[in-house]
Design a protein around this ligand. Structure first.
Ligand code: 5GP
Length: 192
């Protein structure tokens, strides 16, 4: 998506450790007009599927998922990050290794909000090694629901998450795929 690539080039900051900072429009301040175009694009890409729910993960996924959901007219469920989980049988849980914070955290989704009848579009801001997606897919599988598709704003194509998810036959679409980024020069190369 050209608009997103242009914005990443303009405002993205390449940090050491393969981290791309986009706090100016996605992860701290949020550009709603841009997100609106992204939501439209996700609808163009996935609108043919029988999606009845969008699943994301807090915090940054919520804004993208919510704006996208306005086009699908479906509810958004977000996995909550929990400090400690209370295994009361009321929630689906997954352990996720954070790429940016280098630690493992638990995420939970109440059993009330996922069921075998659900056909899910997963939305998230970044895809790096795929751990966040693995956790969300695990939760969807535990609920007996169906993953219809996965929509990512920014995929870092030089990390292995995208290739692994696609190899599993899942329909994954990323609006911008960064193939290379250089923290010395700040140069970012996108997949065409
Ligand atoms: P993964 O689980 O695929 O390794 O990493 C995806 C998650 O880590 C995303 O939900 C996002 O929050 C965070 N993340 C991974 N790489 C980056 C990055 O380069 N920049 C930012 N802002 N977040 C990232």
């Amino acid at each position: 998506m050209q608009l997103l690539q242009d914005r990443i080039r303009k405002d993205g900051i390449v940090k050491a450790g393969n981290v791309l900072k986009v706090d100016n429009f996605l992860n701290h301040q949020v550009d709603i007009d841009l997100l609106n175009e992204m939501g439209k694009e996700f609808y163009r890409l996935f609108g043919d599927l029988p999606i009845n729910k969008i699943l994301t993960i807090e915090a940054s996924g919520i804004a993208i998922a919510s704006i996208t959901a306005q086009y699908f007219h479906v509810p958004v469920v977000f996995a909550k990050k929990a400090q400690s989980i209370n295994l009361d049988g009321e929630s689906y849980t997954a352990k996720i290794e954070s790429f940016t914070h280098k630690r493992v955290y638990d995420v939970i989704v109440s059993k009330k909000y996922l069921s075998p009848e659900d056909h899910i579009l997963i939305i998230d801001d970044f895809l790096a090694n795929g751990k966040a997606l693995e956790g969300l897919i695990g939760i969807i599988n535990a609920a007996g629901a169906t993953v219809e598709g996965i929509g990512i704003a920014i995929e870092k194509g030089f990390q292995n998450g995208g290739a692994e998810i696609r190899a599993r036959g899942l329909r994954l679409e990323s609006l911008a795929i960064v193939d290379k980024m250089d923290c010395e020069t700040g140069e970012i190369t996108f997949r065409t």
